[in-house]
Design a protein around this ligand. Structure first.
Ligand code: SAM
Length: 455
């Protein structure tokens, strides 16, 4: 097999990054946008020893779940990988991803253990945050958009239906500003240039918008002109404009320091009556409408009576902990990003929640200290780690503490399965899991697991 070969392929399943997967001889072939059940004609673009990538040029046999892509950038953009699949089929694929991960770790034996995925009521306009990389294209024009699949080439975006309406207007205004004042975008190859990314985030309940421009420097020329422009085009819905300083010579997006240019430096979202201040560096779930359902599910599993001490680990701006605090005796949140911890403390105060404390640091360092040196234990533990899952030291502490209930919110079925395996090997069992779709049209899936100690 070599580049430019034309193949006829039967797509068997969807891979981790959303590509359709076929096999030919001993090779695995990844075909972007191709769906399981389809027979496609595809041109080989690159070949490695055990696999190859190919681009679909024709669909020779359709599946019943296929539909016309809704996005004009579908072919190139690396997002919304399974948008050619109708929503019901997307949910079914995601359930299978959870089943496969849990089965291969030996956490479950029966498919029936995993119920259907809790789908999203809104499959468009649900995403409250977008990060647009900025660069020069090969013609020397400044562009912003999303990365192509498996590359750092930018696909300039004219439309993105999963995001908020204001995204494109705001990004165009920022690109216009860079062009007028000859401000250089960042160049990854030479580590020169100023503007790296633009993050836009919106609080759906309050309609407030935040813009943070990630820069390789410490100031943006003529920023006041840009702020006036942004306020005008959004009819003053922008409540915060800031610069995030990131001078690292890496692909990392988030900087460490925020320079506030306009507003108080945050926006406020409201979920189930609780107000959450969100600062530029803090994590917040990207699908606002579905977040309420996610937290209600966590609350159901936590089954609080008012007498429990709850650990909310990897707590972000205190979201889950404050959601639960109304029914708990005490909540203790732990989060590694300082700005998010400040938000969490502030959020407790503005919601008149006095039974929640928040600690800044790594959960795997703070929790052993609380348990071993301060004698603080939890009846109920909530963990909501990043994709890599929980640190082993933290899991060992939880095993030793033996809480009555553990609720694990996971955005990666593989790391969830690994961590559940460890818990199962150490006297715990998973009673229920519930996949929740926070990311329609992608292969990503959130799963909430409810775990109890064996008696
Ligand atoms: C998936 S987010 C969950 C946030 C929050 N529970 C929510 O629903 O908004 C994971 C959070 O863990 C934080 N984090 C990452 N590693 C950590 C660690 N070792 N200890 C504590 N927090 C960590 C991240 O900064 C992020 O805020």
């Amino acid at each position: 097999m070599k580049p430019n070969d034309i193949l006829t392929l039967d797509i068997l399943f969807v891979g981790d990054d959303g590509d359709g997967i076929a096999t030919l001889g001993t090779k695995t072939i990844y075909v972007a946008n191709a769906l399981p059940g389809e027979r496609v004609r595809a041109v080989v673009v690159d070949v490695a020893k055990t696999y190859a990538h190919a681009v679909m040029v024709a669909i020779l046999r359709c599946t019943r779940s296929s539909r016309t892509p809704f996005c004009p950038h579908c072919k190139d953009c690396g997002g919304c990988q399974i948008q050619r699949m109708d929503y019901r089929a997307q949910l079914s694929i995601k359930r299978n991803i959870v089943i496969d991960s849990l089965k291969s770790a030996g956490v479950i034996t029966e498919d029936d253990f995993v119920p259907g995925v809790m789908g999203c009521k809104y499959q468009f306009g649900f995403r409250n945050k977008a990060i647009f990389p900025v660069a020069k294209n090969t013609d020397g024009e400044i562009v912003a958009g999303f990365y192509e699949r498996r590359s750092h080439n930018i696909v300039p975006i004219k439309e993105c239906r999963i995001g908020i309406n204001e995204n494109i207007t705001i990004i165009n205004a920022i690109i216009g500003h860079l062009r007028i004042y000859d401000i250089e975008p960042y160049d990854e190859a030479t580590h020169t240039g100023l503007v790296r990314y633009v993050m836009i985030r919106k609080a759906f309940d309050t309609n407030q918008i935040m813009v943070s421009i990630v820069i390789n420097g410490d100031s943006l020329p003529h920023h006041n002109v840009l702020i006036d422009k942004l306020l005008t085009i959004t009819k003053k819905r922008i409540k915060s404009v800031s610069l995030t300083v990131n001078c690292d010579n890496t692909n990392r997006i988030r900087g460490n320091e925020v320079i506030n240019l306009y507003g108080d430096g945050y926006i406020t979202e409201i979920i189930d009556g609780i107000k959450y201040r969100i600062s530029p560096l803090a994590f917040f779930q990207v699908n606002t409408p579905q977040t309420q359902n996610l937290y209600r599910l966590v609350s159901d599993f936590a089954a609080l009576t008012g007498n429990e001490t709850v650990f909310d680990l990897y707590c972000g701006v205190g979201t889950i902990g404050l959601f639960l605090a109304r029914n708990a005796r005490k909540v203790i949140g732990v989060e590694s990003i300082a700005q998010a911890v400040d938000d969490a403390k502030y959020n407790a105060a503005i919601n008149s929640i006095y039974n929640a404390d928040f600690y800044e640091g790594k959960a795997e360092e703070i929790i052993p200290d609380l348990i071993n040196n301060q004698g603080i234990n939890a009846d109920v533990v909530i963990v909501d780690p990043p994709r890599k899952g929980c640190d082993k030291v933290l899991i060992d502490s939880i095993i030793k503490m033996r809480p009555k209930r553990l609720v694990y919110v996971s955005c990666d079925p593989k790391s969830l399965a690994r961590d559940l395996r460890i818990l199962h090997d150490n006297g715990f069992k998973t009673k229920y899991v519930q996949p929740v779709d926070m990311f329609p049209h992608t292969v990503h899936i959130e799963t909430v697991a409810f775990i109890v100690p064996l008696v």
